[in-house]
Design a binder for this molecule. Structure first.
Ligand SMILES: [Fe+2]
Length: 181
């Protein structure tokens, strides 16, 4: 499977958005693969980590976010479920689940109900170690043009997660312990 050509095909003529998402996804993939290797766990599928990290934001192709040249119809928060749909159509179910489960530290059914998010009512939190590593690596990078290559500090990430509740910070802190060298 060729993750880059799947990504490229889904962005179609929107080269500007493709470049942003591709650049961001390469940063995430590099960090995720580095973490996955550092764990020296033979059960972790490193090729999958790389492929799924490159594809995790494919749903961005269908959302409305003019700052990153996207003029689709869906709100930003839907890029996870849209990515899942796209990759399920490609026959890539495990990769599809990474898309759905990578936003923030994951979105629980409680968050969806309490905040009335425009999402189906199910838990969208990373379950496998590969899903957790990609979700964790993604938190270090933004898609802001001009900031694509800047890695955020752990303190910066905690500060932005804090806005969504202490429980989000706790999940992140546990990942720091699990995944930091
Ligand atoms: Fe991302």
């Amino acid at each position: 499977m060729n993750a880059i050509s799947i990504l490229q095909r889904n962005f179609g003529k929107n080269l500007e958005a493709f470049e942003i998402v591709f650049e961001h996804s390469k940063m995430v993939a590099t960090k995720a693969v580095t973490i996955a290797r550092s764990l020296s766990d033979p059960t972790i599928n490193i090729d999958f980590v790389e492929e799924a990290a490159l594809l995790h934001d494919i749903g961005i192709a269908q959302i409305y976010a003019p700052r990153i040249s996207c003029r689709g119809a869906a709100p930003y928060i839907c890029h996870g479920i849209l990515g899942r749909q796209i990759l399920e159509t490609e026959g890539l179910t495990p990769h599809a689940l990474v898309c759905e489960r990578h936003i923030g530290v994951g979105i629980g059914i409680k968050d969806i109900v309490q905040q009335q998010l425009p999402l189906p009512r199910r838990d969208m939190v990373p379950v496998t170690v590969e899903e957790k590593i990609i979700c964790y690596a993604d938190l270090f990078f933004s898609k802001k043009p001009g900031r694509l290559h800047a890695e955020k500090s752990i303190e910066e990430i905690k500060k932005s997660l804090q806005k969504h509740g202490d429980h989000k910070v706790v999940i992140f802190e546990n990942w720091v312990k699990e995944f930091s060298p």
